[in-house]
Write a protein that binds this ligand. Structure first.
Ligand code: NAD
Ligand code: WQD
Length: 337
């Protein structure tokens, strides 16, 4: 039995591949390398000492997905494949709706064809409406502010509906908070194309000299130092959460949404200072205007993950900062030679 990993060459996918292989699972990866490189997969093999099949294919290609699942005896799927840049999704919404919704629909149809009944889906804290109280619990009100977020919201609905219609189907909707850091080896990590949208890669690319300075988006929020507060989670903790979700999917039928976060919020300046202290390096920054769409504070209530998955985040803020820098400093240009 094997697990199909769509988007398995990406940031979270590659770390999850590694955790699954180390736990003894067989995997098969499908990625179109739209935002990744097969080099990440080669490094996962190097780190684990294991090989696995991988295909350059589109997760919207229903026939190909069915063929791969059949050939490799797949019995569950982790669906990471998707486009994730919030700003880009506002500029080219149809590309986001097409890629992120069609991939899920075609994957579900391919699973139906070959009789695969378990799916773990990459959802996001972005599905929570901005008017919830923190910490965010899974029963919080849903609602989004950008096309990327709506694709996650709609995908959740599609998957819930599919699980109502097919009583044999199990769907775990994992709502990630802010993934950061890298595997402790520094061999795999996040390699955003172009200018990073997210804080942590921007900090580490500034530290390594690829960016002149970080712009802190606003210091007049209602937080302890005026900068935005988020729930940063180490990508290896997140990857372990997927292993726990694969096991959980064996225990029930239907759908369930679960937060993967630490339950602790840090501000932008907390992150900058922690990165500087952990790595003895300066991160030049300026205070700029607020980024449209951002809110004061987002962090999770991680209690359900502990109860249902038997999982909780273990890595510290220092681990996140050290591992982010270990990856960035050894791979200043990511996977590019
Ligand atoms: P990533 O871009 O590194 O990984 C996504 C992978 O999917 C990439 O390798 C990309 O090439 C691939 N892909 C995209 N469309 C595809 C398609 N049609 N067919 C095949 N492959 C395709 O992103 P990530 O940070 O690893 O995120 C993984 C998932 O988690 C995404 O669905 C993302 O929306 C979600 N997520 C990410 C974050 C985050 O901050 N990183 C937070 C919440 C949710
Ligand atoms: C974090 C904080 C910024 C960059 C996004 C998506 C969300 C999810 C995770 C996928 C905020 C501040 C950032 C910079 C800054 N992705 N910041 N200067 O906005 O919490 O969430 O990624 O599902 O959907 O919206 O993460 O890393 O962009 O920002 O000051 O150059 O850092 O204002 O307070 P965010 P982020």
């Amino acid at each position: 039995m094997s697990i199909l990993i769509t988007g398995g060459a990406g940031y979270i996918g590659s770390h999850t591949d590694l955790c699954l292989l180390n736990e003894g699972y067989d995997i098969v990866v499908v990625d179109n390398y739209d935002n990744s490189s097969p080099e990440a997969l080669r490094r996962v093999m190097e780190l684990t000492g294991k090989t696995f099949p991988y295909y350059e294919a589109d997760a919207c290609d229903e026939e190909k997905l069915a063929e791969i699942m059949k050939k490799h005896g797949v019995d569950s799927v982790i669906h990471f494949a998707g486009l994730k840049a919030v700003g880009e999704s506002v500029r080219i919404p149809l590309r986001y709706y097409e890629n992120n919704l069609l991939s899920t629909i075609r994957l579900l149809k391919a699973m139906e064809t070959v009789g695969v009944k378990k799916m773990i889906f990459s959802s996001s804290a972005t599905v929570y409406s901005a008017d919830n109280q923190v910490p965010l619990t899974e029963t919080g009100k849903l609602g989004c502010t950008n096309p990327y977020g709506w694709t996650k919201y709609m995908n959740e609905q599609i998957l819930r509906d599919a699980a109502v219609a097919d009583k044999e189907l199990t769907v775990v909707l994992l709502r990630y908070f802010n993934p950061v850091g890298a595997h402790e080896s520094g061999r795999i990590g996040e390699d955003p194309s172009g200018i990073p949208n997210n804080l942590m890669p921007y900090i580490s690319q500034t530290a390594v000299g690829r960016r002149d300075h970080l712009t802190v988006y606003g210091n007049d929020y209602n937080t302890h130092d005026g900068t935005g507060v988020r729930d940063y989670i180490h990508v290896m903790d997140l990857a372990r959460g997927h292993v726990a979700a694969v096991r959980y999917a064996d225990t029930f039928k239907g759908s369930d949404a679960i937060n993967l976060g630490t339950g602790v919020g840090y501000s932008v300046l907390d992150m900058v200072h922690a990165f500087e202290e952990a790595n003895h390096i300066k991160v030049p920054y300026v205070i700029g205007a607020r980024r449209p769409g951002d809110i004061d504070t987002v962090y999770s209530n991680p209690a359900k993950a502990k109860e249902k998955l038997g999982w909780q985040a273990e890595k510290t803020l220092v681990d996140m900062c050290r591992d982010q820098w270990n990856w960035q400093s050894h791979n200043p240009n990511g996977y590019a030679k």
